[in-house]
Design a protein around this ligand. Sequence first.
Ligand SMILES: [Zn+2]
Length: 475
Amino acid sequence: MLTASNHSTRQMRFAAFVAVVLAYCVTTQAQIGDEVLQPPGSSPEQTPTPTNATLFLNVRVFDGKSATLTPPSSVLVRGNIIERVSTSPIDANSIENITVINGQNRVLMPGLIDAHWHAFMAATPMALMTADPSYLHLLAARQAEATLMRGFTTVRDMGGPVFGLKRAIDEGAMIGPRIYPSGAFISQTSGHGDFRFSFEVPRTLGGPLSHSEVVGVAAIADSPDEVRLRAREQLRSGASQIKLMGGGGVASPYNPIESTQFTEPEIRAAVEAAENWGTYVTVHAYIPRAIQQAVAAGVKCIEHGHLIDEPTAKLLADKGIWWSLQPFMNDQDASPLVNSVSQQKALQVFAGTDNAYKLARKYNIKTAFGSDILFDAKLTNRQGAQLAKLVRWYTPAEALQMATGNNGQLLALSGFINPYPGKLGVIEPGALADLLLVNGNPLEDIKLIEDPARNFVVIMKDGRIYKNLLPHNVG
Ligand SMILES: [Zn+2]
């Protein structure tokens, strides 16, 4: 029986517990200073220059599709569109307010695309995730600028509150990449997206939202109806695709990596909501059973999948499912993990990476590149280096095709709600003008992309120049 007095004792104990947790959060936050938040990434050398047109002269083009460079060429960008690519001279005298850049035989390539990014969480330490959300959004904006200055002109955001950031960037109020947002990732209770404190459960159906749900990082749902509601909420907010947690993850505390999450009807509810909106669902899953369930429910893409087996890889190939795979390895670029359980899970994933890429190649699966960098500003500076690691399994040309032309095809699955209609990741007439001018040939030396500050001498997004280290004429 619960008497008044032991009830209040319980309340006091609970209050004391909350106080301890909060004190922990506050001290952790107090210890996080500029040292951890640095470096901010390089700032743009110039504010974006609005011109009517840009003419690149004397460039060799990697077009995002082929394995070789073109002979010396000229590329004309008009507005935000690539208008012409030509080995014969392009006469631009008739075009007013045109910027002419002599590439001096450098390589012009499409802007890079990261298919698994978290703009809200990439650079901010996990311990800060309980801080004032407005502060976290400002940090995310700073990181968005650094992301663009690393040559990543587009990211497919795989979860987090980025609708405001995307809008501010698209409107020109902030500098950053194009963002294909998922909004909150949808997770079952105890799933990979359930980061609630232990004292926040049980929650009754329809009960109050947890902090990560209020902020827009996660949406917890436990029936087809709840999944449908959460998916529709993300679409209403502007999600270009829906992200579900379909199996165990590394950083999350309450789920074994071997677990399968949601049921087929729950995932199918999200698939129906997405397909009615012209788009698709992608599912976080490492193990065969979770991948197979997601595929049976109609998803178009799998995130991670490092612990896949051969029959499941064949299933992805047969069904034409995209595989958004990351070169996770036990090296300097491994995400910081707070506890030994997560560290153990990470080792399991690292052990699967080599096999996963080999199967992706063997079955010619449509494979996307994504970095999935989380909670570490220093690691974000390794975004290009993560891509360069793919030469363990691919030629430099194949790795670069994956992060440009192929990733562009994956983005296009967002159909009629594509926030940036037009071709991305390729250099061809009619494509959107996201371009990098590279000091050297990345098809011969992919490591050039590891040092974007030095080697990307021009960065253009949507026809605007955000960085230009070369002398240029504006006529
Ligand atoms: Zn992720």
